[in-house]
Write a protein that binds this ligand. Structure first.
Ligand code: ZN
Length: 168
């Protein structure tokens, strides 16, 4: 493993934080999300969940991963969000042009094994259909025995227009 301690990007990020910390007072924010909302969304760089939903610091839990999938780890975060921090509503957001549509698990897996000489049991969960995938995630959340029966919404973010479309 190589450690890149001071890339240009890292230095930029630290400098931005100096500016950020100088102008914000976070001391009044309570720990539980003010809007009692948890959002599960794809990590896509074009989807800024806070901007798209008009959320401010302290408003919501935002759980993100490649594809916005209700993986065991996302479920773990949702359970903590509900049980310990009182959220009462869930929004799942996927989006057009998702990178998860562009590859197959098998190909990435064999490429990595070839490149590294190491095999790891890791699923990437690529999927071929956006809406079907979103419905699958909603089903998984709604039917999970440890997730509370709360309003759970599915939204498709159109990166081309910035609009959200409901997926039921
Ligand atoms: Zn995506």
């Amino acid at each position: 493993m190589t450690i890149q301690s001071h890339t240009t990007e890292y230095a930029r990020a630290l400098a931005e934080n100096e500016r950020y910390a100088a102008q914000i007072d976070r001391s009044v924010l309570p720990l539980p999300p003010g809007r009692k909302l948890a959002v599960l969304a794809c990590m896509d760089a074009r989807l800024t969940v806070e901007d798209v939903l008009g959320l401010r610091t302290g408003d919501a839990h935002i759980i993100r991963n490649a594809g916005g999938l209700a993986t065991d780890d996302a479920i773990r975060s949702l359970v903590i969000s509900q049980q310990l921090l009182g959220t009462e509503e869930i929004i799942v957001i996927e989006h057009t042009g998702c990178g998860m549509l562009t590859f197959h698990d098998d190909a990435v897996h064999s490429d990595l094994v070839e490149r590294t000489g190491q095999d790891v049991d890791l699923a990437f969960h690529a999927f071929p259909d956006l809406e079907e995938n979103l419905r699958l995630q909603l089903d998984r959340i709604r039917s999970h025995p440890w997730i509370k029966d709360v309003p759970t919404h599915g939204l498709m973010f159109e990166v081309e227009s910035g609009r959200l479309r409901e997926v039921l």
